[in-house]
Design a protein around this ligand. Structure first.
Ligand code: FE
Ligand code: FE
Length: 166
């Protein structure tokens, strides 16, 4: 039996996240290039820095637990990112595309928030105090990013995409 305990499931989750973050790190520069709003470009750039840091935290967790640093293809993230890329092929008004880019980025964040929440809780229950702390830090960054995207959409991107004077 490969998954015999919660510990095994925890390792699976960390491997999934490690791969997911690498996919995100690759996708963010493409999203930044596709964005029209400088504010949105900036949000992508900032989150790329955070993402690199999040990858380092996961490496630290593998190290602490004396596990090989190894990911496992995250199909969920592949799907979310490929839907986002489909949008980029559409013939879209730049402001409308920005609104769609935000929606796509928030799907990424929500996937991460869900997985980090689970992984953090497992770490706590398994007594991996340091891992739990690192996962909590990343969870908070993902939540902040999500909130920032909501406010950017509501305050500027969606109203611009709504305007008829194009
Ligand atoms: Fe992340
Ligand atoms: Fe993220």
């Amino acid at each position: 039996m490969k998954l015999q305990t919660l510990q095994d499931l925890f390792v699976e989750e960390i491997r999934d996240l490690y791969n997911a973050e690498q996919q995100v790190a690759k996708a963010l520069p493409k999203m930044e290039k596709a964005a029209h709003s400088p504010e949105l470009q900036n949000a992508y750039r900032m989150h790329l820095d955070q993402t690199k840091n999040q990858v380092e935290r996961l490496k630290q967790i593998f190290g602490d637990l004396k596990l090989p640093v190894r990911g496992k293809t995250c199909k969920g993230m592949e799907g979310i990112i490929s839907e986002g890329e489909e949008l980029l092929k559409e013939d879209a008004d730049p402001d409308v595309r920005d609104a769609g880019l935000i929606a796509s980025a928030q799907k990424v964040e929500h996937y991460e928030i869900s997985s980090y929440g689970t992984a953090r809780t497992y770490a706590k229950q398994l007594g991996y105090t340091n891992a739990a702390r690192l996962l909590q830090q990343t969870l908070e960054e993902e939540r902040q990013t999500d909130e920032k995207l909501t406010s950017l959409a509501e305050r500027s991107i969606n109203p611009r995409a709504t305007s008829q004077q194009k």
